[in-house]
Ligand binder design. Structure first.
Ligand code: 48F
Length: 257
């Protein structure tokens, strides 16, 4: 058999187009493929929810690959060790209460398990806006990251979701779009995003899980984004809170949907 380049191209275009059309109307749309977003997607997909994830970058994993200062190890505390075990990620006890895992194994395993569970990940796509009806977030506005980077004047496409999860990390991009454009009051003390505080791992890891919750009708915050929205400190290269936050939001949404 001779390989036909046109057949290869057709296969990719047909298959991707089908996948994208399927993604235009879902139960949950997650923005950001950091650890929090992917863990959330894993549990939702495992529970049979139709869930898609849009990631701006070429690679998934967000801030997890680089561990701390590019030393590719992550630290996870007692409370979240069970999630590493559940994913089958090897961890080593450092001292009582502190576990270490290889960040490359962590990202690749979480991603692999999430995709195999049924999460559809679209990389190279940026969420540039939301769709709001009757003061509820009902969908996302998407464009290619390449369009965004090149600053091209190209119109986006739109998809519908019963719930959107903002897992964009420090910038809390979806919540800030809503704050800027919709006039919706967020469920924070001021009705606006409160911004993250300076490093405090102990408090940050606790609040990140508590803050991973509904931001306004149709939108949940998950992971670092939650502390940026509701006001909580950053925590550096300890990742248990991100894993626990992803699991918590998934659990809440499984109940809700
Ligand atoms: O930043 P990120 O890893 O968020 P996370 O899952 O985890 C935070 C930790 O990595 C670290 C930390 C640990 O102590 O504080 O920062 O909460 O992943 C966020 C992902 O969202 C993507 C971004 O490229 C990254 O991969 N992202 C951000 N904005 C958009 C987006 C957008 N508008 N559209 C699509 N993807």
């Amino acid at each position: 058999m001779q390989l036909d380049e046109i057949k290869i191209s057709k296969a990719i275009i047909e298959s991707y187009s089908r996948k994208l059309i399927e993604a235009l109307d879902v139960d949950v749309a997650i923005v950001g493929a950091g650890p929090a977003g992917m863990v959330c997607g894993y549990y939702l997909a495992k529970a049979g929810k139709k869930v898609v994830l849009f990631e701006r970058k070429l690679s998934v994993g967000g801030g997890m690959w680089g561990g701390g200062i590019m030393f590719n190890e992550i630290v996870v505390q007692d409370k979240a060790k069970g999630i590493l075990d559940e994913f089958g990620i090897k961890s080593r006890r450092y001292e009582a209460g502190y576990y270490l895992a290889d960040s490359i194994e962590s990202v690749s395993t979480i991603c692999s398990k999430a995709v195999k569970a049924g999460l559809k990940i679209f990389n190279l796509m940026s969420v540039e806006d939301v769709m709001v009806r009757s003061r509820k977030v009902v969908g996302l506005v998407l464009n290619w990251t390449a369009v965004e980077m090149a600053n091209l004047h190209v119109d986006p496409i739109t998809m519908r979701a019963k719930v959107v999860v903002d897992a964009t990390g420090h910038p809390a991009e979806v919540a800030r779009i809503i704050e800027r454009k919709s006039g919706i009051r967020l469920k924070t003390k001021t009705g606006k995003t409160l911004g993250e505080g300076s490093m405090w791992a102990e408090v940050g890891e606790e609040t990140i899980v508590q803050n991973s919750k509904e931001v306004c009708s149709g939108l949940y915050a998950c992971g670092m984004c939650a502390n940026a929205v509701f006001g909580g400190p950053r925590m550096g290269p300890i990742f248990g809170g991100m894993l626990l936050a992803g699991k918590k939001v998934a659990k809440d949404l499984i109940k809700k949907l």
